[in-house]
Structures are given as C-alpha cells and as structure tokens.
Design a protein around this ligand. Structure first.
Ligand code: IMP
Ligand code: MG
Length: 171
C-alpha cells in the first residue's frame, strides 16, 4: 500500500511538532476554552492528536467542505457538505485544517464562520504550501511549511486513499 510513497515528514516529527503547537495554543488560550472546528476529513487525525495535548478546556465540532473533488488541482469552488452541529457564537474558535494550498478553502471558511459572531477566530494548519497561495489568509499556527508537492498520509488523501498512513509522504 505504501509503494511509491516517499516519506516527507516522519511520524515522530509530526508528534513532536504537535506537542509544540499544543503548548503554544494552551498558553495563548490560558483562562479560556478553545472550540476546535476540524475540517473533514483531512484534518481529523491532526485535530484529535492536537486536542489530546491541549491543556485548556477543549470542545470540538466538525465541518465538511468540498473544493477539490478527486482532482489534484483546485476547482476554485467551495461547497458546504456538512455544516457544524453547534453554534460558534461567543466561542473562541480555532479552525483546524490539514493543509493550505491555494488558500481558497480557508478564505471562504473564515468569511462564513466569521459572520456567525465567534468571540475570536484563529486558524491552525498542519501543513502549508506557501508557494501555491492564490488567496491571502492569516494563519496563526502552522505545523510545517512544505514544498509544492502533492502529499498524503496522516489524514491527507489522494482519491480517498492513504489517509491512514502514520507519516506525511509524497505520492
Ligand atoms: P486550498 O483551498 O487550495 O487551500 O485547498 C485546501 C484543501 O485541498 C485541503 O484541505 C486538502 O483537502 C486539499 N489539498 C491541497 N493540497 C493537498 C495535498 O498535497 N494533498 C492532499 N490534499 C491536498
Ligand atoms: Mg481538506
């Protein structure tokens, strides 16, 4: 199953970086609770591991948007497939994403969720491909900056496969 996949970020490095991010988030949200909005399906592995390491009270909700279909390139369109279960009004929201590529998905989500009156809203992404940015988005927490290569594993898929790889790899 892992044929032709080159390891880009090994499991241990992901674990260490998540620990650091969680420490930073716990410090920044001291005295508050943080409402994690995990974007399905890619960010689920990351959101769960991050949540376990955060020391302030955590609540979680999930949202599914589609921008890519099964293609490797962005269509530029974003569609809500599953909305949040709970209101985010007056909550300190932290959007958790797997990867920022063009930035279109997050720019759209930031506008949409921002209009629902959260107390605050920040973004945390495991991976960032800065070279690919089309729309500018302000991201507070970034796990790793990576080169412009299509990656899979640790939640990320290619045609719905490879999400369960424990590392980030290049197809
Ligand atoms: P954006 O709207 O172009 O920033 O796209 C973000 C979404 O595209 C992510 O949430 C992923 O679902 C998907 N995506 C972008 N790059 C990759 C990649 O290298 N591997 C897997 N999915 C990707
Ligand atoms: Mg995604």
């Amino acid at each position: 199953m892992t044929d032709n996949i080159r390891v880009l970020i090994p499991e241990e490095k992901i674990r260490e970086r998540i620990k650091e991010l969680a420490e930073q988030i716990s410090k920044d949200y001291e005295g508050k609770s943080v409402h994690l909005v995990s974007i399905l399906k890619g960010s689920v592995f990351f959101a769960c591991d991050l949540a376990k390491r955060i020391t302030v009270p955590v609540t979680m909700d999930f949202m599914s948007v589609s921008s890519y279909g099964d293609e490797k390139v962005s269509s530029g369109r974003v569609r809500i497939v599953k909305d949040l279960d709970e209101t985010i009004q007056d909550k300190d929201v932290l959007i958790v994403e797997d990867i920022i590529d063009s930035g279109r998905t997050l720019a759209y989500l930031k506008d949409l969720l921002g209009s629902r009156m959260p107390k605050s809203m920040n973004i945390c992404t495991l991976l960032d491909k800065p070279e690919r940015r089309v729309v500018d988005v302000d991201v507070k927490y970034i796990g790793f900056e990576i080169p412009d290569e299509f990656v899979v594993g640790y939640g990320l898929d290619y045609q719905q496969r490879y999400r369960n790889l424990p590392f980030i790899g290049v197809v």
